[in-house]
Design a protein around this ligand. Structure first.
Ligand SMILES: [Zn+2]
Length: 252
């Protein structure tokens, strides 16, 4: 018995002339990454890349990240097909990273209007505590704490609540605390060009509490002082004194 090829199967010559190789679309993260590289833009964990995302890409990214988290769960040998608790974990984690805990990487800075300092205010003030909710770049586990911002106004002023908004946006990225404070200082300087700026952050790192050395009480405190706060030791001392007063208000 002789076999014949099904008539629908293209012959070699037909395949060569009519079949156009279909390009598999690159994952959206590759396209974004390529764009960033071509523009020479840094996309480290604590950078914001919102200016380089096109319409709809964040939604596509959410689908891609969910797929990778699903793979991660499978690699951790978790039966996501039968475990009702982890069935939709991948989608939840993707949403949480892109729109909540790391939103400061993918979303634009909240709109913050600044106004001319018409009254020429030049007395210092502090705002705080402002919640610090971040994650360490090394383990992606929480960094939680408080931050205080001291301002000696310059040419422009912003509303008090705006400091919380910009801090939340900056901290909502994977960070190391030392860099987070510098980035926040840069953003505040850009927004209101103060004559002096001081920031103090006190935070607990869950990579020390939850894992590693497992020190539940250890916290990290760091600060940055710029402009008049750096040049004038009495102003710097006043800032730390005001922070102490604000902290004591937390205890009552
Ligand atoms: Zn860590």
């Amino acid at each position: 018995m002789t076999s014949t090829l099904p008539s629908s199967l293209p012959t070699g010559s037909a395949l060569g002339s009519s079949a156009v190789p279909q390009a598999v679309p690159a994952p959206v993260s590759h396209r974004i990454r390529q764009r960033l590289e071509q523009a020479g833009v840094s996309f480290l964990a604590n950078d914001n890349i919102a200016d380089h995302l096109m319409d709809g890409e964040l939604d596509q990214l959410e689908i891609e990240v969910a797929g990778k988290v699903r793979d991660l769960l499978r690699s951790l040998v978790i039966d996501i097909d039968n475990d009702h608790n982890t069935e939709e974990t991948a989608e939840r984690v993707a949403r949480m990273y892109l729109h909540e805990v790391f939103k400061g990487r993918y979303h634009q800075q909240p709109k913050i209007a600044s106004f001319p300092n018409v009254k020429k205010l030049d007395e210092i003030y502090t705002v705080g505590p402002i919640s610090v909710r971040s994650a360490c770049s090394h383990h992606l586990v929480p960094i939680l704490g408080n931050c205080w911002i001291g301002i000696k106004p310059g040419e422009r002023v912003i509303g008090l609540s705006k400091f919380s908004r910009v801090a939340d946006w900056v901290f909502s990225r994977p960070h190391i605390q030392e860099e987070a404070v510098m980035i926040l200082a840069d953003e505040i300087e850009r927004l209101c060009e103060p004559q002096g700026l001081a920031i103090l952050v006190k935070a607990q790192h869950y990579c020390m509490k939850w894992r590693g050395v497992k020190e539940p009480q250890t916290s990290m405190v760091n600060s940055v002082v710029r402009g008049d706060f750096r040049h004038d030791p009495s102003l710097k001392a006043e800032f730390f004194e005001l922070v102490k007063q604000q902290e004591s208000m937390l205890l009552v």
